[in-house]
Design a protein around this ligand. Sequence first.
Ligand code: PMP
Length: 357
Amino acid sequence: MNTSFWSPGLEQLEPYTPGEQPSGKTLIKLNTNENPYPASPQALTLLAQRDFADALRRYPDPESCALRTAIAERYDLSDTQVFVGNGSDEVLALSFYSFFRRAEPLLFPDITYSFYPVYCQLFEIKSRCIPLLEDFSLDIEEFSGAAGGIIIPNPNAPTGRYLSLDRVEALLQLQPERVVIIDEAYIDFGGESATQLIDRYPNLLVIHTLSKSYALAGLRLGFAMGQEHLIEGLLRAKNSFNSYPIDAIAQEVATAAIRDRAWHTDNCGKVVATRRRTEKALLELGFDTIPSTANFILAKPPAPGAEALYHALRERGILVRYFNKPRISDYLRISIGTDDDMDQLIRNCKEILASQS
Ligand code: PMP
């Protein structure tokens, strides 16, 4: 390919692997941490029954007022403390651009969400990886010193390890002059959200998504919560790119989903119960698992190891994610599906391990 017109650095960016989103319907898809259940019936009924002709004829509300109000009410904030974007990936990109200083390095854990280094590269932000401890937990003290900002996912991805709220607070106090982003994509599966710290910490930005616990990954809706000055910064960045307001349908569907608290609580409960069962079953099969507070489990399988198991499962129509990085070499990340999905996963793992040992 002729890359001579590209900016320096673009060549090093890797395209997203299309193999992670194959179209086959019969597959058991446990590779991208999607929710296995349909979204809130209130959101889906709205989608099926509402006449959107007028809403689509017009441009959408550029400020997503109704949606921001629903989110603000959900987290006991004011509307001006909420920013919405097309998936939390867009919110993250705008936050990197808006808040992280270029002169000092952005700090994040050495095993973390793979997009953070990509955004650093795109926005020419230096970074410093903080090594996780032996048990994959974070050593907060390591986040002191010169920093252009901090970002951590909580629970971490792909380890699933959760950082308690008092530790998050310690992190905020360590770098009071810098923005600290807590990416809570998976917080609803058992963690306590840092949103309750927003009023006390002007440097805190909390980012959520509807892709996981709301079962709306295809809708592309993420949001940031923080004090007004941070939200205003994000609005300025977004408006100056003239970039995508949330589309009219997504605004309405997301609003209905956020308001359906009963469905959300029930759904998270089901996923967590299935995760606990799955963790137990994997341990019984001889996997080494990292305790997870998310909707996935990172685990090291017994011999013949993760790579062989990944391929064998794939041949049987079960997709999981294979990791082979320095601290997590030969690990599988398994998203939590329905109880039936997980029974099939466990049965197939058992057969493959028995046949290959
Ligand atoms: N943060 C983390 C930690 C994630 O794992 C993901 C999804 N892979 C995202 C953010 C982005 O989610 P989305 O863009 O679908 O909202």
